[in-house]
Ligand binder design. Structure first.
Ligand SMILES: Nc1nc2c(ncn2[C@@H]2O[C@H](COP(=O)(O)OP(=O)(O)OP(=O)(O)O)[C@@H](O)[C@H]2O)c(=O)[nH]1
Ligand SMILES: [Mg+2]
Length: 195
């Protein structure tokens, strides 16, 4: 698919502010700093649509973006594994995330982002287990692929797949710097919302 327009819609910090309607949603999860907001900007072709930062923990809310005049929404979820947040904040994060993932019935796909240079962490695995348990469809996006050579990309995808017990084809390599994988992800999203 082609993204012809992308606009920030709104943010939710509490459960009652979540959007519950029939518009298809694609959401992006992963640890802080993994590149969720950068991926959204890269797919939309707009540099500052979602705020990015080299300081982890920037996205604290559920941020909604209207794609192609309302036929689809992208949802940027707050990152996990940010060391500096307290237990209280962690609980708030977990309950907002749980509410979003269980209440959004028009959620079509969760993109779970992993840094291609590292094996999935305990928190990544917990997130994936949660999605499997709730039968929420997900696909892995291996981010920051510009940091590796082509052969290393291939090798690391194999290692991540093995660690998660999934097929290599369930992982898409991406780079927000070079746009590697961008068209593949957009075509994939197109197929998801058409089906
Ligand atoms: N080299 C490279 N850097 C990237 C890529 N994607 C993101 N980054 C950098 O990684 C940092 C974090 O990116 P964000 O997109 O803000 O990450 P996030 O997952 O939204 O982080 P939180 O909002 O804190 O959860 C920024 O400094 C980005 O420039 C990529 O594909 N390649
Ligand atoms: Mg972000």
């Amino acid at each position: 698919m082609k993204i012809t327009s992308a606009k920030y819609l709104t943010s939710a910090v509490t459960r009652d502010k979540l959007i519950i309607d029939e518009i298809p949603e694609i959401c992006f999860v992963g640890r802080s700093n993994v590149g969720k907001s950068s991926l959204i900007n890269n797919l939309a072709g707009i540099k500052k649509l979602a705020k990015t930062s080299s300081t982890p923990g920037l996205t604290k809310m559920v941020n909604y973006f209207n794609i192609n005049n309302g036929i689809l929404r992208f949802v940027d979820l707050p990152g996990y594994g940010f060391a500096k947040i307290g237990k209280n904040q962690l609980n708030i994060w977990a309950s907002l995330m749980g509410d979003y993932l269980t209440l959004s019935y028009s959620l079509k796909m969760v993109f779970v982002l992993l840094d291609i240079r590292h094996l999935p962490s305990q928190l990544d695995k917990m997130m994936i287990d949660f999605l499997i348990k709730k039968e929420i469809p997900f696909t892995i996006i291996a981010t920051k692929s510009d940091k590796l050579s082509r052969s290393a990309i291939h090798k690391n995808i194999g290692d991540i797949a093995k660690e998660l017990n999934i097929r290599n084809e369930m992982i898409i390599a991406h780079s927000s710097e070079t746009s590697l994988g961008k068209e593949k992800i957009l075509d994939y999203i197109g197929a998801i919302i058409d089906s």
